[in-house]
Design a protein around this ligand. Structure first.
Ligand code: CO
Length: 462
């Protein structure tokens, strides 16, 4: 039997970097290997978006836009990919449409070829503008399904979402399993269903956290998946993606067509291995992140969320209430209409579950985010929110009618005016809108650096 071609997206610069070492990989540390990566034969390299933007500005003294331009210069033959949280861009709230459009425009202008766009609630109204603008700017829009399991997340619903995204103009459909909870049968069924109903390449993304990933990918490939997300071996496994080389080896053995060059992958692995050891030695990489953790399968909650619950309870000196919090979490999720547990909904559900347990009364204490969620500021929930609880939380506060972003005034021009000379480009303005304090601190640091250089040139060291 003739097997189809399987393409690869390398995640070492974004998701692997984010999942294993909290996105702390500075540009200088990976620059020497970029020209090699360019020769490997990847479908794409995911290198931007997600947490990279924030961390560049906040911790690495890097301008994320400049990083992107530098990567582009070294990877001219490989498509650069980013992850975009729809109307949230890279943050946790909804931005007005003009900002979303400007952001997409400049991401493409600075080098991005593929934008994977998702919404935490799978509300397609929240990805529509980003998809439209991506297509308009000549880049590839990949519409992502945030994968989760619940009584209301049926195969039919995912297929319907994929069809809707196809109508919007996406070029590929991505299945995004952020928690690594998708099993091989689920992958087989979902990929098969999507292949039958949309006429687009299908991409699959998962994490190795629970140990299912290799099996999940294999069954996805058997069902005809076109692209898989993997990480070069030293930065693979655990909370990251499964290893690129392993999948290349196995899929070639099974007769699938794979275009990746194994000698180039070897060179990459040789480069990243000592780098991983450096991060292990300085504590940035916790060996626990690389281990298999099946708790997520038992509790059906992502690994990151479980560790958040534990640290929250520890802080409140109430770690003995963990079992209760774990029982309460799925109940809160049900009350809130089964949101997929991905940022930001995972934090919201987790915090509320802890509050409910510690207060001894459910929804006595409710945070601002949960109120906004109940008002409809995050979009349409997969199932209706429990009406009694909604009433208890909202009281007389009116609900959002229609799409929340429609109620937001344009913000780009105002931000540019506010920044004045501080902003040297439209990109600076966008950094500022996304992360105001963090960007301002970066701008101050940058200015101080420039002044140092100027001073040095005027009066050489005495
Ligand atoms: Co991921």
């Amino acid at each position: 039997m003739k097997q189809h071609k399987v393409s690869f997206t390398e995640t070492v610069l974004r998701d692997a970097n984010q999942s294993l070492i909290a996105t702390r990989l500075p540009y200088d540390k990976f620059e020497p290997i970029l020209e090699t990566i360019n020769k490997a034969g990847y479908y794409s390299v995911e290198c931007w978006g997600g947490a990279t933007f924030d961390v560049c500005l906040r911790y690495l003294h890097e301008d994320p836009w400049e990083r992107l331009r530098k990567i582009k210069a070294k990877l001219p033959n490989t498509k650069l990919q980013m992850l975009l949280r729809g109307q949230n861009i890279l943050g946790y709230k909804h931005y007005p449409d003009d900002v979303v459009r400007k952001f997409v425009e400049h991401a493409v202008k600075n080098g991005i070829d593929i934008i994977r766009i998702f919404d935490a609630l799978n509300d397609t109204r929240n990805i529509k503008v980003a998809v439209e603008e991506t297509v308009k700017r000549g880049a590839i829009a990949s519409g992502a399904i945030s994968y989760t399991t619940s009584p209301v997340h049926t195969m039919a619903k995912y297929v319907e979402q994929a069809k809707e995204m196809q109508k919007m103009g996406v070029s590929t459909i991505a299945i995004k399993d952020m928690a690594g909870i998708m099993g091989p049968q689920e992958a087989y069924d979902l990929v098969s269903a999507l292949k039958d109903s949309v006429n687009l390449p299908i991409v699959i993304h998962t994490h190795s956290t629970t140990g299912l990933a290799f099996m999940t990918y294999l069954k996805a490939v058997e069902a005809g998946v076109d692209v898989i997300d993997t990480a070069i071996s030293p930065f693979s496994g655990g909370t990251s993606q499964p290893a690129t080389e392993t999948l290349v080896y196995a899929l070639k053995q099974l007769g699938y067509k794979v275009d990746l060059k194994t000698d180039v992958l070897q060179e990459m692995a040789d480069y990243f291995k000592p780098l991983r050891n450096e991060f292990l030695a300085d504590g940035t990489l916790n060996p626990i992140s690389m281990a298999t953790d099946t708790n997520c399968l038992t509790y059906q909650i992502p690994g990151g969320m479980l560790s958040n619950l534990i640290s929250q309870l520890k802080m409140m000196n109430a770690l003995d209430r963990l079992d209760e919090a774990l029982l309460e979490t799925p109940k809160v999720r049900e009350d809130l209409g089964y949101p997929p547990l991905v940022t930001p909904t995972s934090q919201m559900v987790g915090v509320q579950a802890v509050q409910n347990v510690l207060a001894g009364e459910r929804y006595k204490n409710v945070g601002a985010e949960i109120k906004a969620y109940c008002r409809g500021e995050y979009g349409r929930t997969p199932a209706p929110i429990n009406p009694e609880i909604k009433k208890q939380i909202l009281g007389d506060t009116p609900e959002v009618e229609g799409r929340f972003a429609d109620t937001l005034a344009p913000a780009f021009r105002a931000a540019r005016k506010e920044l004045g000379d501080t902003a040297r480009s439209d990109e600076d303005v966008l950094s500022y809108i996304a992360f105001p304090q963090v960007a301002q601190k970066y701008f101050d640091w940058r200015k101080a650096q420039d002044e140092k250089v100027v001073k040095y040139t005027i009066e050489p060291v005495k």
